[in-house]
Ligand binder design. Structure first.
Ligand SMILES: NC(=O)C1=CN([C@@H]2O[C@H](COP(=O)(O)OP(=O)(O)OC[C@H]3O[C@@H](n4cnc5c(N)ncnc54)[C@H](O)[C@@H]3O)[C@@H](O)[C@H]2O)C=CC1
Ligand SMILES: O=C(O)[C@H]1O[C@H](OP(=O)(O)OP(=O)(O)OC[C@H]2O[C@@H](n3ccc(=O)[nH]c3=O)[C@H](O)[C@@H]2O)[C@H](O)[C@@H](O)[C@@H]1O
Length: 464
């Protein structure tokens, strides 16, 4: 294995050494998985507590399978984490930027300040030619700006280059998506950088070959690489809002959106994925990414073509008030101009995260709806298998309990909001014996209404 003084050109004959700047949901998964693929990896973050936790083998997030892989790869010595940017600059040939790009406060545009800080810090500590590759989701044009930052802040004459390689992993399936991606997309500005990117991804392609799979590789220009990412997320968001609009229509017309989605999904041109109607999409990516795309399109003079994304966003946000009204109706409370008054209604609230199998509560529709119900004076008792700690910090006005049984005991309404396995497998009869009233809002559209009604439940799904 190469040592820190070697140049990338010597290193690339084997495997470049890699750093991941930003050890959140994206960077940590990458650092661990690339060590697993045999690369020497360093993860860097400004959050000292996070780095200490990672170095002691404790994963600060909930991501299935990742804790075991973290421990295993720390033991191999190929993986370590640091807050020391100098050691990162000295160590790696390729630096991946994985810091956050949240929505700016009060605006739809992305906040690129974390990228700026990370890139400037790294650049100032470099002493040889390296490749810096953006992986964070960004507005188109960011890569060119990052190259300018590097040119301004790296020591003169090093020739540090910037490339881009967007990421498509889904939380809860992150490890699989990194080790076995359905495509690799990257952009380089020179033959040298292109070769380095091939070397970086070789481990993924070798694993695919062993497993007799193929991973398509799309090499393109910087702007296209940036756009591919936001285009994919915008398309997925549009699909979800489309089916949620159909849910509204189904409810108004007495149809069932679950059957409808199944029926259109058999058409392979449409496909059956991302057609689950419900409480809408959330998370740290889809909502902020469609807003940033729309804002960037406006800046580039093509905003009109993306107005539909504002509507995708609006349809999505309306799910939340719609769901509050549905709960009120189930509880037999009418809604006035200020919405419903749910005082005295005890709600067993199942789910706080933005989707199952994660502890991530960023822009969680479930948590937002819980807060709205609380504002309507309901007594909201929340249970979530992994998201309680994060949710409690974010919404202290809600009551949180550590078991499903505590949440449902004596409830007037059960709101099943996030399709965790523990909730999807609920038995209507057993649950019925624990609640005060058999009323269920199935925000997951996961239950068979006929079965639940047979057991005496007032069942309300979404769009059915
Ligand atoms: N979470 C996901 O599933 C995916 C996220 N993305 C994109 O990846 C980026 C990161 O997302 P997440 O990992 O979810 O965010 P995150 O918030 O979990 O992690 C970001 C990390 O960057 C660190 N950081 C902030 N400033 C830093 C600096 N100057 N130097 C080093 N580290 C710094 C933070 O302390 C934090 O640990 C975003 O652009 C997101 O849109 C892309 C695909 C999937
Ligand atoms: O850019 C990102 O960070 C990532 O964003 C999403 O991944 P993720 O945020 O982990 O979550 P998804 O599984 O896409 O779910 C997003 C939201 O849509 C909701 N959803 C999903 C599918 C569906 O049919 N209906 C629906 O309401 C989920 O409950 C969740 O709130 C994309 O799926 C990833 O490809 C992308 O890399």
């Amino acid at each position: 294995m190469a040592n820190a003084s070697q140049s990338p050109s010597q290193n690339t004959t084997t495997r470049p050494r890699i750093s991941f700047l930003g050890c959140g949901y994206l960077g940590t998964t990458y650092a661990v998985c690339f060590a697993e693929l045999g690369y020497e990896v360093i993860g860097y973050d400004v959050d000292a507590a996070k780095i200490e936790s990672l170095n002691t083998g404790v994963l600060p997030i909930h991501e299935p399978g990742l804790p075991e892989l973290l421990k295993k790869n720390l033991e191999t010595g190929r993986l370590r984490f640091t807050t020391d940017v100098q050691s990162v600059a000295d160590f790696a040939d390729v630096h991946f930027i994985c810091v956050g790009t949240p929505q700016r406060k009060g605006e739809h545009r992305a906040d690129l300040s974390y990228i700026e800080t990370a890139v400037v810090d790294l650049s100032q500590h470099l002493s040889r030619k390296v490749l810096i590759v953006g992986k964070s989701t960004v507005p188109v044009g960011t890569a060119t700006w990052v190259q300018e930052l590097v040119d301004r802040h790296a020591p003169e004459g090093l020739g540090v280059e910037v490339g881009w390689s967007p990421e498509f992993l889904q939380e809860s399936n992150a490890m699989h998506d990194v080790l076995r991606p359905n495509r690799i997309v990257y952009a380089a500005q020179s033959e040298w950088a292109s070769q380095l990117l091939k070397d970086v991804h070789r481990g993924i392609l070798e694993l695919a070959a062993v497993e007799d799979r193929e991973v398509p590789v799309v090499e393109t220009d910087l702007a296209t690489a940036e756009l591919v990412k936001v285009a994919a997320n915008a398309f997925l968001a549009t699909k979800i809002s489309f089916i949620n609009a159909m849910a509204d229509l189904s409810e108004a017309a007495g149809a069932d959106v679950v059957d409808l989605a199944r029926a259109i999904g058999y058409d392979q041109r449409i496909g059956n994925k991302f057609l689950r109607a419900g409480i809408g999409f959330g998370g740290g990516c889809l909502p902020k990414d469609i807003r940033a795309l729309s804002a960037r399109a406006g800046e580039l003079g093509v905003g009109e073509s993306f107005r539909f994304l504002d509507e995708v966003d609006a349809v999505n946000t309306r799910r939340r008030s719609h769901t509050v009204r549905a709960v009120a109706e189930l509880a037999g409370r009418s809604s006035g101009p200020n919405g419903p008054d749910l005082s005295g209604v005890r709600i067993a609230y199942l789910g706080a995260t933005f989707k199952p199998d994660t502890d991530d509560i960023r822009d969680s529709p479930a948590l937002d709806i819980a807060r709205r119900l609380r504002s309507a004076r309901a007594d909201v008792v929340v249970y979530d298998p992994e998201g309680l700690e994060n949710a409690q910090g974010f919404a202290p006005e809600l009551s949180f309990v550590k078991t499903l049984a505590e949440a449902v005991a004596g409830a007037d309404v059960v709101c099943a909001m996030v399709p965790w396995e523990e909730f999807r497998t609920l038995d209507p009869e057993a649950l019925g014996q624990q609640v005060a009233e058999r009323r269920i809002l199935d925000g997951m559209n996961a239950f068979d209404p006929v079965q639940w009604r047979k057991h005496g439940w007032s069942y309300q799904g979404i769009g059915r």
